[in-house]
Design a protein around this ligand. Structure first.
Ligand SMILES: [Zn+2]
Length: 321
């Protein structure tokens, strides 16, 4: 069963909001766009391999996506953890394009795309690191389990090559389609139960409790001052900021479009970029509203959790941190 579903990383959502609200000629835009493109490709690769991981659902496996845990002062994140009473498996998913080569001597991954060559930290090392960290984490819970790891290359058109002596690359780097067979082989290899089902339940409960979602502040990360963030309600037709609220509708002075709920996106952007809470006054400033009465009606309609009463009321975002 899937214990932790994969969710769109907050980093992607926050960068998306940032790109929406930065000037088209902002100096940091090319860097953010390039990083965002890579993250989206990575996320899509993970989703593509999840399709094959789901084939394990009818079996005894527990599946955790995006688990983030702490050992001493350091955090580690696992793309996919497959846990059973017999063993655990770390699955690292990569979405490279072009031709990739696993270099044995220097423990790096070399990618060739078109005419260019690029080196990356070897995903085998990344997966092994997670295996090591999770083994230690389990030890803290007085649990010892055999373990395995696999690296899945999710893009079907990627050409995978490796050093002839790179045994691990031959054994551990797979296509998503091979996952089920590989895991079934491990299941035969580790046939003995090391945990009872109630122990497995207990460790699952602890894992969910100890999972710490990544906190990410896009403005801080890219060193962008808050004043660079464009305020106002964005017109979905022409992209211009500064729609005006007239008789219960948002009106675009630029292309004359009319929309009802465009403030919702703006409020989400505020939460994603500026602060996880908002007051009526801040909302008026951000949406360019002159009436606090309209602001409080819009906020009330969104059913956001809040604390305080009347003027001191603070509204909080739902779900996302
Ligand atoms: Zn417009």
């Amino acid at each position: 069963m899937i214990v932790m579903e994969r969710v769109q990383p907050h980093r992607i959502l926050k960068n998306e909001a940032l790109l929406r609200r930065l000037s088209k000629i902002h100096v940091k835009r090319p860097l953010i766009e390039a990083e965002q493109g890579k993250r989206i490709a990575g996320y899509q690769g993970e989703l593509a391999s999840d399709y094959y991981v789901k084939k394990l659902l009818q079996k005894e496996y527990l599946i955790f996506h995006g688990l983030r845990l702490q050992n001493a002062d350091d955090f580690f994140q696992i793309d996919t953890l497959i846990l059973s009473t017999k063993f655990f498996l770390i699955l690292e998913v990569k979405n490279y394009t072009g031709t990739i080569y696993f270099d044995f001597k220097h423990k790096q991954l070399i990618q060739h795309v078109n005419e260019s060559e690029k080196a990356y930290l070897c995903p085998i090392l990344q997966a092994k690191r997670q295996q090591y960290e999770f083994t230690n984490w389990l030890k803290e819970q007085k649990i010892e389990l055999p373990s395995e790891f696999l690296v899945a290359i999710s893009n079907p058109s990627t050409i995978i090559k490796s050093d002839p002596q790179h045994y691990e690359a031959h054994q551990k780097v797979v296509r998503p389609q091979e996952l089920v067979d590989k895991i079934n082989t491990f299941s035969k290899q580790y046939a003995k139960d090391k945990l009872t089902s109630s122990e497995l339940k207990k460790v699952t409960k602890i894992l969910l409790k100890k999972h710490v979602p990544e906190s990410y502040d896009a403005l801080d990360y890219y060193k962008i001052p808050e004043t660079d963030v464009m305020t106002g309600v964005q017109c979905p037709e022409c992209g211009v900021f500064g729609m005006k609220r007239i008789h219960g509708t948002w009106y675009c002075p630029s292309c004359k479009a009319k929309h009802k709920d465009e403030h919702i996106q703006a409020i989400h952007d505020y939460f994603l970029l500026i602060n996880s809470t908002i007051t009526n006054k801040k909302l008026c400033e951000f949406l360019h509203l002159t009436s606090p009465y309209i602001a409080s009606r819009l906020l009330a309609k969104m059913n956001l959790p809040y604390t305080g009463t009347k003027k001191g009321r603070v509204y909080m975002q739902k779900g996302i941190t």
